[in-house]
Design a protein around this ligand. Structure first.
Ligand code: PLP
Length: 362
């Protein structure tokens, strides 16, 4: 690859499109004649306000976000949203969660601090290797919302069908699949995504929330920053926002538009993931533990015959120029994160390498 870059299979922060990084580099010292870098600009300056407004407009176009939804840029990465969702949407009823792995567990633990939580479906029985049937969940009448982690980054599962929420609000953590495929926003009450997985730099979440869910009547003790209303009323500039992340994400939104939008990106992602899964399924050395119908197109966990050999494979891939293939400590094995910006050539090269490794070690 150019610049001596490696194929980086990190789960996040992760690869960004090379073309975007080049544009950012070209604008680094003097952004379009402003005489300064975006990192040095006042967030109240016209030049930065335009960057932020354009980023929002481009995201709206890209996803087809309806007018009755607000787009917010909130700091604190993904984790702050675990609390923010519960603080803002739990109104004395029950928060319903689908438990599909590490990130939904974290969301559940956080929500329990603010009210009653009910786990309406879980795949814990099989080590979170599938997405449970959510077509007929037992959702109480007083449910305030139904929450899913739409792509479990660590466990490698994805919802290909949204749950039947029986008319209740659907909340989705899309962090590790945001903008990887078309999304009908109108089916959700709130979508949020930490952007460092599939879009830009760490430290910010995009929140897409239906306007009627933004409340005026939050408890006094809710910190100002944790109220969606604060961000909605101030165009995400109540305080100094993560200017750099907004700028970089805006670049990626434009890049996605230019390369055919979300449908085209989805096609490329389907193709890329198939190259890896097809190899793993026919391999006698490697295997992918996730049930076929639930397999993530973004995060692909796989194992060799033993823990010892897993470690050897990770070391060998690293030496061959493939980075960050070690599986998450909670599941072990290996994991290839193949987000939007991972080129098809990267996946092909990895499969070639694993094939050769198998021939030599099986
Ligand atoms: C990474 C991740 C988070 C947490 O994001 P941070 O920015 O590290 O707080 C939450 N949910 C999912 C699905 C993730 O992949």
């Amino acid at each position: 690859m150019k610049y001596g870059r490696t194929y980086n299979f990190s789960a996040g922060p992760a690869m960004m499109p090379e073309e975007v990084l080049e544009e950012i580099a070209a604008e680094m010292m003097n952004y379009r004649g402003s005489g300064m870098c975006v990192m040095e600009m006042s967030h109240r300056s016209k030049v930065f306000m335009d960057i932020a407004a354009e980023a929002e407009a481009d995201l709206r176009k890209l996803m087809g976000i309806p007018d009755n939804y607000k787009v917010l840029f909130v700091q604190g990465g993904g984790t702050v949203q675990f609390a923010m969702v519960a603080m803002n949407l739990l109104k004395g009823g029950v928060a319903c969660y689908v438990e599909t792995g590490a990130w939904s567990k974290k969301a559940i633990a956080e929500a329990k601090k603010y009210g009653e939580v009910k786990i309406v479906a879980s795949s814990k029985d099989k080590n979170f290797t599938y997405i449970p049937d959510c077509s007929d969940l037992d959702i109480p009448e007083n449910a305030d919302y139904v929450y899913i982690c739409e792509n479990e980054t660590i466990n490698g599962t994805t919802f290909f069908e949204l749950p039947n929420t029986k008319g209740k609000i659907l909340v989705s953590d899309q962090s590790s699949m945001f903008l990887s495929r078309p999304c009908d926003v109108s089916k959700y009450g709130l979508i949020w995504a930490g952007v460092q997985k599939n879009v830009g730099p760490a430290g910010m979440a995009v929140v897409i929330v239906r306007e009627d869910l933004i409340r005026e009547d939050l408890a006094e003790y809710v910190p100002t920053y944790m109220s969606y209303k604060t961000h909605a009323d101030n165009d995400s500039m109540y305080n100094t926002p993560n200017c750099w992340a907004i700028y970089c994400c805006g670049k990626v939104f434009k890049y996605l538009q230019k390369t055919g939008g979300l449908e085209a990106m989805h096609q490329r992602n389907v193709e890329k993931a198939a190259i890896l899964y097809d190899f793993l399924d026919q391999s006698k050395f490697f295997s992918a533990p996730v049930e076929k119908a639930s397999r993530s197109l973004m995060n692909v966990p796989f194992v060799s015959p033993s823990k010892e050999q897993d470690a050897e494979v990770v070391a060998a891939t690293k030496a061959a120029g493939f980075d960050n293939l070690k599986g998450h400590k909670s599941v072990g094995g290996l994991r290839a994160s193949i987000y939007n910006a991972m080129p098809k050539e990267g996946v092909e090269a990895l499969v070639e390498f694993l094939k050769k490794y198998e021939a030599e070690h099986a």
